[in-house]
Design a protein. Sequence first.
Length: 317
Amino acid sequence: MYEGLKILLGATVADAAARPLHWVYDPKKLKSYIKGKKDIAFLKKNKSPFYSIPTGNVSGYNDMAQVMFQTIITSKKKSKILENFKKNIVKHFGPGSIYFKNLNERRKYKKKKWLKPLKGNWIHQNTLVAIQKIKSKKRVKGGLKVVQETDGFNAAIPYYFLVSKDDKEVKKVIRIVADSHINIVYGLARLKIIDLASQGEKNPIQRFIKLNKKNKYFKEVVKEIQKVLKLKNRDHTKVTRVLGKACSDPGNFKSSVHCIITSGNYEQAIIKTIKAGGCNVSRGIFCGSYFAALKDKNIPLAWIKKTIPAKKILKNI
């Protein structure tokens, strides 16, 4: 259980560290925000153009993992976890929550020029689709569509490392939040790479390729990783602009892999991710989980202290 909690902690701290600069896509603006700053992680003043939450809190990506984590530790039976998780998604993100309050504000913003970030949490499209699906108790036709983002992977982190690594079970978790082939394949690939790191593999990425080279399910993932490996000697920020610095896969996955293979430790990987801009938190979560899983690559203690949701995780370690 300790290893699983450490991995979840790595994901959580990474999100919080990058969050104040979340979704800054303009390279010139990003440079101006971090220029002259010794430490660009946990920036005191919010610079995200879309939403603002106090530094130390996490985005809607890792918050999904927190909901799953709380569901796991409060569910009396394993068989009840997924049922309880669905209820908690609606309770935490749905009508009456700060997420939904800001959703209504966003709708007003669509009618005018976006002038300043909203105060409070930002709900993701996959979460909205999940709530819609949970409340209707079936797959929803029409309306919002599932996007190829990492919400399902985030939900699966605590489940995979604290409950079960069974592919069928993990796929069910991802489907609750992000029901698409790309979400499931790339989410599962991330989890397996992190798992290989936690097992002490010297090169988890290469090991993943070796284990899945003939596996049709991960055929495209393996191909994409091999392309990224050829770019190892290139500057990460420049590579991320090409591979993808937005929220969606496979670009998000590929840029994260490049960060992993060009970084030596946890802190370096997260700083590099922040400097690359865009959806830094989603990429940071994968990188942070990976480096937290490695035996000798510790999360900076000062960063843990700054991360608000870390307290609940530490209580269970």
